[in-house]
Each structure stands twice: as structure tokens, then as C-alpha cells.
Write a protein that binds this ligand. Sequence first.
Ligand code: ADP
Length: 188
Amino acid sequence: MRLVFMGPPGAGKGTQAGVLAGRLGVPHISTGDIFRANVAQGTELGEQAKAFMDAGEYVPDSITNAMVRDRLTRDDCRPGFLLDGFPRTVEQVAELDAMLTSSGHHLDVVVELTVDVDEVVSRLVKRAQEQGRTDDTEDVLRRRLEVYADQTAPLIETYSDRGLLAKVDGMGTVDQVSERLLSVVSGG
Ligand code: ADP
């Protein structure tokens, strides 16, 4: 199964994507997690990405696309994958299309996790305090929500036009949301 997970910062994507990937037995590929790991390890990729992340901006497509291409060609992705946080721009959609076409595959579903904006902001502020993420200060948060609305929200229409979109209500407890997700991806 090949899935894409979308939703604004703070929608609980990371948590739910991890649960769902585990249940489906496919790797959970979070571009945010990969970038953060690279920053923590001080790799060249981390150095390239850090300033963008800290400003609430997207890392340039050339860097992000190369990273995802590398990750998706690993063996563990043969049975499928759950992409969390990619694609986020029109160019990234084109890149993912090209990768899938060249391997003879297609996406099965694009999940949009929906939440209300006030809830998102309060979740993010809480998470910043708990995890000490340097990209979760209030100004940066506001910028990340803007960038999402500008660059990523339009992709939802693209996938909806392709008949791939499943909207799932992200409000409620972690278990409630997980149940909704499982019933959507299992077609029920
Ligand atoms: P969130 O879902 O809370 O916004 P992520 O962990 O998915 O956080 O991403 C954190 C940061 O990593 C983003 O703000 C951005 O700078 C960078 N990033 C992650 N995925 C992408 C992507 N597909 N394209 C560009 N930048 C990305």
C-alpha cells in the first residue's frame, strides 16, 4: 500500500502516521523526522536544511526531492510506504509522480487529517514546550501555518481531482483518530 499523509502543522500527522504505518506494515517516512535527525547528527544535509526549518520555511525542493528519492528506492519500500510530510509543493507532487511511474506503481490513497486552527495552535505551543523544538516558537508557527496554506493546501485539490483524497477528522483522542484512519484505509 502506498499512502500520503497531509495536514497542517500540529494536526497530529506524525503520531497518527506512525500508528497507521505500523498497522499496515509499511515504513513510516517522515521528511521532517529525517531532516531533524540530520540536523542532530550534524550531516551536510542537516546543515543545508536547518536555517529553513528554523525560519518556518520549506527546505528547497531540490534538496527534499533528492532525499526522498534516495529513501524510496531502499528495499523496505518495496511493499509500500506511508509518506508523512511529502509532497508539500507542486514540484514535489511532480517528483513523486515521476518516481512512482518509473517504478510502475501508483498511490492508493492520500489522507488529509483535518483540525480546527485554534486547536492546532494550542497543540503546537504545548508540543514546543514538551520537545523543545526550535521551529515551534509562536512567530515561526504562524509562518509555518501560512506556508502550509500557500503551498500545500492547494495540493489537496489536486489529489481530490484525481479521486485519491480521503478526509479524516483529526479531532478527538489519539485512539479515536486512529480508528477513523484505519476504517478509511481499509475501505470500510
Ligand atoms: P510539521 O508537520 O509539524 O510542519 P514536519 O516535521 O513535517 O513538521 O516538518 C518540519 C520542517 O521540516 C518543515 O517546517 C520544513 O522546514 C521541513 N520539511 C519537512 N518536509 C518537507 C518537505 N516535503 N518539503 C520541504 N520542507 C520540508
